[in-house]
Ligand binder design. Structure first.
Ligand code: TYD
Ligand code: MG
Length: 465
């Protein structure tokens, strides 16, 4: 006997329910619940996959047992990585942990306009030039539009194939046919899998598409580079399979690439780029960021003050600009915090807007004797803090917590914070006096910084100006 069962599935988030609701109980969308009926007893309607075939065809099948010695030959090859140093230096390669691992899935996330498409087009061209065929698929732009960008980047390789498509099955079929050395997909939010509920960009689609692409990568050993947009909450929409993010402060031309999660390398590496007329260029010596900033407008310079905050084991560099009197705090996150770290970063930034900012301002007025007049800028670094009445000389970082008496206190994981600013090319770092000696001893090599210990805000001002 046929069993008939109805299920209501939300076309937006994929939530399924035995009962129909006007408003999806999971995502809250109105009118998105659609009814599905199954007749055969064996067919499962989960709401996530109405038809599983498209997805299943990319599952790697290791049908028969294999000889150990055959496996050895694969293992030998598996250490090989696609080298990625080009006009952008070795910034991308380093962040990936020494090149692109064949068969891996890399997710590049960041705010719109930060340069994700540019970066991956440059990477695609590089691989195409050096290693062989690469397919760059865009679900957002036409082939002509990608061509325009490529022209701007002076890409002339014969081995780069452009494809405009949003259908994952089609994309993977094309990829299998051309068997490229790498596949780029711009972006995961614009592609969809047939038979999966929800529109492209929805949680379910993003998750299923990523899973299919990852299976494809594993099965074919073709690395897949995915672009992911960052949502309002700062998450890369999409499962955190392997995330690499590019993010940058829009006012400046610098972009930073850091690894958030990397099975094949360290997450400590940082890539520094500059967005130029002809794409992203690697910055070999990050102190350039401070020496040759195109925004030499003094008001803007006055806003530059940097602190490092820790989120778990990761150090985030943040820049916060605050203007007194209008009590307008414009937090500018310079550095890469979209993915996991971002929510907490945003919280920190919000956290300072109220009482903490007031407290800090009164401490500055009382303890440092600074007159806060109109147009005087106060710089609040979170959780460390600094302030100033005129531009802070370039390349100075501040790491400390300010107590009620204006004293500079120790903060957790000071060493890690210091090494992070050192990597970025800062030349001087103000820290609490207590920590200065041991930190100075750590400083050697090309990233060495001058460490200045200060007991309180007054000492700090004196040592900065
Ligand atoms: P894009 O890669 O399209 O960003 P995303 O894919 O992250 O949305 O690049 C965005 C900006 O970069 C755009 O405003 C133009 C600028 N740009 C340059 O300055 N130089 C270049 O060579 C290119 C290609 C873009
Ligand atoms: Mg883009």
């Amino acid at each position: 006997k046929k069993k008939s069962r109805s299920v209501h599935v939300c076309s937006s988030c994929g939530h399924s329910d035995g009962q129909w609701w006007g408003t999806c109980k999971q995502c809250g969308e109105v009118g998105t619940m659609k009814r599905f009926t199954t007749e055969s007893a064996g067919q499962k309607v989960t709401g996530v996959r109405v038809s599983d075939n498209a997805v299943r065809s990319w599952v790697p099948r290791e049908a028969a047992p294999v000889k150990l010695t055959d496996v050895y030959s694969r293992v030998d090859n598996s250490n090989w990585r696609i080298p990625l140093h080009g006009e952008f230096g070795d910034e991308v390669e380093r962040v990936l942990g020494g090149g692109l691992v064949p068969g891996s899935l890399v997710l590049v996330g960041g705010d719109p306009g930060v340069g994700k498409s540019t970066l991956l087009l440059q990477v695609a061209a590089l691989i195409a030039e050096r290693i062989g065929r690469v397919i760059y698929v865009s679900g957002e732009e036409s082939v002509e539009q990608i061509g325009n960008r490529a022209d701007r980047l002076s890409i002339g390789t014969e081995e780069l194939f452009l494809h405009s498509s949003t259908d994952v099955e089609d994309i993977l079929e094309q990829a299998q046919r051309l068997s490229p050395k790498a596949l780029v997909i711009d972006s995961i939010q614009t592609v969809y899998l047939n038979g999966v509920t929800g529109s492209s960009g929805g949680d379910v689609q993003v998750k299923e598409c990523t899973a299919a692409l990852q299976r494809f990568a594993k099965k074919t050993n073709i690395p897949v580079l995915l672009i992911g947009h960052v949502t309002k909450t700062g998450d890369i929409a999409g499962p955190r399979v392997l995330e690499h993010i590019v993010d940058g402060e829009k006012l400046s031309s610098h972009r930073l690439l850091r690894s958030v999660k990397n099975r094949f390398g360290s997450t400590e590496e940082l890539g520094v780029f500059k967005m130029s007329q002809s794409g992203l260029q690697g910055i070999f010596n990050p102190s350039e960021m401070f020496l040759a900033d195109p925004h030499s407008d003094s008001d803007y310079l006055a806003g530059l003050a940097v602190a490092v905050i820790m989120d778990g084991s990761r150090a985030f560099l943040i820049e916060v600009q605050a203007m007194f009197l209008s009590i307008l705090y414009v937090a500018q996150l310079i550095w890469a915090l979209c993915v996991a770290g971002s929510s907490s970063v945003v919280r920190h930034v919000n956290g300072v807007q109220g009482s903490r900012a007031d407290m800090i301002i009164s401490v500055i007025i009382k303890q440092a004797g600074l007159k806060l007049q109109e147009n005087v800028m106060i710089f609040i670094l979170i959780p460390a803090l600094s302030f100033l009445e005129s531009p802070i000389p370039r390349g100075i970082a501040f790491i400390a917590e300010v107590g009620l008496g204006g004293e500079l206190r120790m903060v957790a994981q000071l060493e890690k914070r210091v090494s992070t600013v050192a990597k970025l090319g800062y030349k001087k770092c103000i820290v609490p006096k207590l920590a200065a000696n041991s930190l100075s001893e750590m400083q050697e090599g090309p990233e060495a910084m001058e460490i200045v210990g200060c007991n309180n805000l007054k000492e700090m001002i004196n040592s900065v100006f």
